[in-house]
Design a protein around this ligand. Structure first.
Ligand SMILES: [Zn+2]
Length: 591
């Protein structure tokens, strides 16, 4: 695969791409299912794994990665499939990969807009440092920002002028590109055409918004005026070929490494909150820019983590946004915790007034989402009357149903019943039903796999260094004693996986039947197995292999006795004694 295809594959979310063609529904913490587009069916046997980024149909055995799906459904070859996916994800194609002049023009435009944004950012920074930026610097200092902090986030200032930025940039690009950049406004003329352009952002502090690779693609601008003249407190860049509000997570470019290290993302509402928290050393923080999460943002985040700690403003709007985000993230199988800060402070003020240690402690004390929602239900519907209890429960039921995992639903329902003091059998039954409703699709399928094979397949599919011991244990057992594993239905897949090096598990197993079994193992479970699970699986395989050998020996001994071949009999008996001893040893170890 070319570097370009590799990049596209990394940035594309297979779930999103496939959802562009068929309807998928959540079927587990990491997988989705739907009706297979490649064969006729009435009940869904088509599954997509969100984390491992593959699809598999248990009906027709079609499976593969995002390119194979698009290639198959669009009926095109690999290079064209790469192009189609790149376009869906919004990655500009390298020149030789353009399939039409329009595509090439679009890519040139995006490149030009990036250049304009870079120039504008540098110029705004310069203005902030200059004499005109004094008020803005004062405002930022008042919010606890140091000059280094301003530099890190490339914060700038747009002076009070209608043409300063325009004059600065007009030599760099033609009128069409300047208009498309979103940096300028213009008035509609009497004839319906657009009038001359002028600077959109004036007398405002400029916060650049960067894409995942850290390049500026838009701005949020905060006014420094007060009173009637001020206009809205914040204005944002409009949608442009570079920027779509619902598809960007503020600060993800700087936070991504830390998110992976800490295995969770801290989600705050405002950009100032995000900047403030980041600059005080908590670097896995991102912001939604004051709105609830969109599905695209969820898809982007899922590539980095599936654990989120939410710290929105405690006001009603904040609580509503938090609730919507929680709902969406829950549906998408994220694990969510919620921080509420003392005295109704927002993250920015809290960390400035109480310090980073107090804030870290608050994050550590984040509540499970079920606890947060139950608490909120109690606040909204206080009192012990039956009516209030029913209202509180009706508020909670949709949240419970939304959770993809039965165990979590059960626990949530149980907690709700207990904490709301629900003793009516009818209400309890309703809670129980809510917990039951969402069924995991893949789990209920008849399994051709044994538990031992499941463990071994999942162990050998491990990619992260943290679980490497479990992978190594399985790989070494397989390499050391292949004979133990030969009788397994998945032997071929196990061997291919053991020798796969850095490749994707689904890519190394080619035989369709073997692939189906691997897909089943990967789709069914969320966590990779522990080393101890692998060890007991290996032991069970060994026992089975030895027991099989024992049966063979018994038959051979009977045969030797029948023939009266005493030399052979002595040899076989000796072997059987050794084997019996080995098996006894294993049983002891197992106890
Ligand atoms: Zn199919």
């Amino acid at each position: 695969m070319s570097d370009f295809a590799q990049t596209v594959k990394q940035q594309a979310d297979i779930v999103k791409v496939i959802e562009g063609y068929i309807r998928l529904r959540k079927a587990g913490a990491q997988n989705y299912s739907g009706l297979c587009p490649f064969h006729k069916e009435k009940s869904p046997s088509f599954s997509v794994h969100a984390v491992r980024q593959f699809y598999h149909c248990f009906g027709c055995q079609a499976s593969g990665d995002v390119f194979s799906f698009v290639g198959k459904i669009e009926n095109v070859g690999f290079p064209e499939a790469v192009r189609i996916v790149a376009q869906k994800v919004g990655i500009p194609l390298p020149k030789r990969e353009f399939s039409s002049p329009e595509e090439a023009a679009g890519a040139r435009m995006r490149a030009k807009l990036l250049e304009l944004h870079e120039a504008a950012t540098a110029w705004f920074e310069e203005q902030l440092r200059g004499p005109e930026g004094a008020t803005a610097r004062e405002y930022l200092a008042g919010r606890g920002l140091t000059p280094e902090g301003m530099k890190t986030f490339r914060i700038g200032y747009a002076p009070d002028s209608f043409n300063a930025l325009r004059d600065r940039l007009k030599g760099m690009a033609d009128d069409e590109a300047l208009r498309a950049s979103g940096l300028f406004s213009s008035k509609e003329q009497g004839d319906g055409g657009q009038g001359p352009i002028y600077d959109r952002f004036r007398k405002r502090v400029m916060f650049p918004i960067a894409n995942e690779s850290g390049r500026v693609i838009a701005f949020t601008a905060r006014t420094l005026e007060t009173g009637e003249k001020a206009g809205p407190k914040y204005i944002n860049s409009p949608e442009t070929p570079l920027y779509s509000k619902g598809q960007v997570l503020f600060n993800l470019d700087k936070a991504r490494t830390s998110i992976r290290q800490h295995e969770f993302a801290l989600l705050v509402e405002g950009q100032m909150d995000c900047i403030s928290v980041f600059l005080r050393g908590i670097q896995n923080v991102i912001a939604t820019s004051g709105t609830a999460f969109t599905e695209q943002q969820v898809a982007i985040l899922r590539r980095h983590t599936s654990n989120v700690v939410v710290n929105f403003d405690p006001d009603a709007a904040g609580a509503n946004a938090a609730e919507k985000s929680i709902a969406l993230l829950t549906e998408e199988g994220f694990t969510i915790k919620i921080v509420t800060l003392d005295d109704g402070l927002d993250p920015d003020r809290f960390i400035r007034e109480r310090g980073v240690e107090a804030y870290t402690a608050a994050i550590r004390g984040a509540r499970r989402q079920s606890d947060y929602l139950i608490e909120r239900a109690r606040q909204m519907f206080p009192g012990a009357s039956a009516e209030q209890k029913v209202k509180a429960m009706n508020y909670l039921l949709p949240h419970i149903r939304r959770m993809p995992e039965k165990l979590a639903r059960d626990q949530f329902a149980g907690d709700a019943a207990q904490k709301l003091g629900i003793d009516s059998a009818v209400l309890r039954e309703e809670l129980r039903q809510a917990a039951l409703r969402r069924r995991d699709h893949v789990e209920t399928r008849a399994a051709a796999l044994t538990e031992v094979e499941r463990v071994l397949l999942r162990a050998l599919a491990i990619d992260d260094p943290e679980n490497e011991p479990a992978r190594r244990l399985a790989a070494e057992a397989l390499a050391g004693q292949p004979a133990w594993f030969e009788h397994l239905g998945t032997f071929q897949a196990l061997q291919a996986l053991a020798g796969r090096q850095a490749r994707d598990p689904m890519d190394v197993v080619e035989e369709p039947g073997q692939r189906a079994l691997l897909a089943e193992a990967l789709l069914a479970e969320v966590k990779p197995p522990e080393a101890s699970e692998v060890a007991s699986a290996v032991q069970e395989i060994q026992e089975r292999a030895l027991a099989g050998r024992q049966r063979d020996l018994r038959a051979q001994i009977a045969e030797a006795e029948r023939r009266g071949d005493f030399a052979e009999l002595a040899l076989l008996t000796q072997q059987k004694l050794e084997l019996d001893r080995a098996l006894r040893g294993l049983h002891h170890k197992g106890v």
